[in-house]
Design a protein around this ligand. Structure first.
Ligand code: MRU
Length: 343
C-alpha cells in the first residue's frame, strides 16, 4: 500500500507529493512548524491527509515541551497555527477538535502522559482514516458493475488520505472485487493532481487509466465513453453541497447533461453540519503563480491578472449519492446527512 504519512523515531514522515511522479522522495518533519509548511505548500494535500498531518503535527509540537508550566498556552498556540494552514478542508479542523477533546480529558495529568496520549490519539486518527476508507470503498464498489468506465478528478487516492483513498478507494475496492474498470483521469489544472498523482497511483496498481486534459471531459462524456463520475470532497455542508477541487462543479453539470451518475466519496470527518450550505464554506485562494506557470515554466505574460480559487462548490442537486464509511446516502441530503451524523 502507498504510505502517505507516518510517525517514526519521534518525527513525522511523509511522501513529497510535489515531487511526484518524477521522483519518490520523503520529507521528515522534526518540528510542528515544518508540518504546517508541508500542508501550506502542498507537500501533503487532500483533506483526510491534511487532517492526519494536523493531528500528528500537534502531537509533535507538544512533544517538544519540557516543562508543564505553559502546556495549555502552547497547545492553544499550536492548534491556532494549524487552523491557519489551509481554510477549506474540514478534516483539518475536525482533527484539531479531536486533539483538543483528548487534551481536555487530560487536565491535571503529568506532561509525559499528555504527550503520550496526544500521540496515541493522532495515531488512532491515522489508523481510523485507513479503516474508514476501506469500509467506504467496500460500500461504494457495489455501485460499479464489471466493465464500468469511470471519470475522476483531482486526487482522492491513497495520497490524499493516510492510505487507500476515498474516490480511488472505491475504484480500488471494485478492482479487488475482480471488476475490470477503466478510469478517465482529468489532469486537474492548475497543479495537476490528476496527471501527477492519480495517474501515478492507478498506474502503480495496474488499474487501466486514460489521461485527459480537463477541457476534454465534455467530449468524452458526450461520446458516451463514461458511465459515471466519482470525486472526493474537502467539505460537505448540511444540505449536501460539496466543496472539492476547482473544476468539480463543471463536471457535475456535464454529468447531468449527459445523464450519468455523479458520486462523491468522503469520510464523515469531511462533513460539517455547521455549514448550512455551500455558501458558508470558505474557499481558499492560492498564489497566482500556480496558474501563470506550469512546472516552474511561465505560460502567461508577466504581470497578468490571475484568479486562483482552489475549490468550487457543487450544489447538492447534481449529486447522485454520497459514499461514506457509514453507508451510501442519497437526496434529500438535509435529512440523510443529519441521520448519518447521528449514527
Ligand atoms: O488542493 P488539494 O490537492 O488539497 O485538493 C484536494 C481535493 O480537492 C481532493 O479532491 C479532496 O481533498 C478529496 S481527497 C480524498
Amino acid at each position: 500500500m502507498i504510505k502517505t504519512i507516518w510517525w517514526q523515531d519521534n518525527q513525522v514522515h511523509l511522501i513529497d507529493q510535489k515531487a511526484l511522479p518524477t521522483a519518490e522522495k520523503y520529507v521528515v518533519c522534526r518540528d510542528y512548524r515544518e508540518v504546517i509548511r508541508c500542508i501550506r505548500d502542498l507537500t501533503i494535500r487532500g483533506a483526510p491527509a491534511i487532517g492526519v498531518a494536523t493531528a500528528l503535527g500537534i502531537a509533535l509540537g507538544m512533544r517538544a515541551l519540557e516543562k508543564d508550566d505553559d502546556a495549555d498556552q502552547k497547545f492553544a498556540k499550536i492548534c491556532a497555527l494549524f487552523a491557519q494552514a489551509r481554510p477549506t478542508a474540514r478534516n483539518l479542523f475536525w482533527a484539531i477538535e479531536r486533539m483538543r477533546g483528548c487534551y481536555e480529558r487530560l487536565k491535571g495529568a503529568p506532561l509525559g502522559e499528555k504527550q503520550e496520549s496526544l500521540l496515541a490519539e493522532a495515531q488512532a486518527i491515522l489508523k481510523e482514516d485507513i479503516a474508514n476508507n476501506i469500509r467506504l470503498g467496500a460500500q461504494g464498489q457495489t455501485l460499479f458493475a464489471d466493465g464500468t468506465r469511470i471519470l475522476t478528478y483531482c486526487n482522492a487516492g491513497a495520497l490524499a488520505t493516510a492510505g487507500y483513498g476515498t474516490a480511488l478507494g472505491v475504484i480500488r475496492a471494485a478492482t479487488e472485487a475482480g471488476k475490470k474498470l477503466h478510469v478517465y483521469t482529468c489532469e486537474t489544472r492548475p497543479i495537476l493532481q490528476g496527471a501527477r498523482l492519480t495517474a501515478w497511483e492507478l498506474t502503480k496498481e495496474g488499474i487501466a487509466t486514460t489521461l485527459i486534459t480537463d477541457n476534454m471531459a465534455g467530449v468524452v462524456l458526450n461520446q458516451g465513453k463514461v458511465d459515471c463520475i466519482i470525486v472526493g470532497a474537502d467539505r460537505i455542508a448540511a444540505n449536501g453541497d460539496v466543496a472539492n477541487k476547482v473544476g468539480t462543479y463543471s463536471l457535475a453539470v456535464l454529468a447531468r447533461e449527459n445523464q450519468v451518475p455523479f458520486y462523491v466519496a468522503a469520510p464523515t470527518a469531511t462533513i460539517d453540519l455547521a455549514n448550512t450550505a455551500g455558501t458558508d464554506i470558505i474557499i481558499e485562494e492560492r498564489h497566482p503563480a500556480e496558474v501563470s506557470t506550469m512546472g516552474g515554466i511561465r505560460v502567461a505574460p508577466t504581470g497578468i491578472n490571475v484568479y486562483n480559487p482552489a475549490f468550487d462548490i457543487t450544489p447538492h442537486r447534481f449529486i447522485t449519492a454520497i459514499i461514506t464509511e457509514r453507508g451510501i446516502i442519497r437526496p434529500d441530503y438535509q435529512q440523510s446527512l443529519a441521520r448519518l451524523m447521528k449514527q
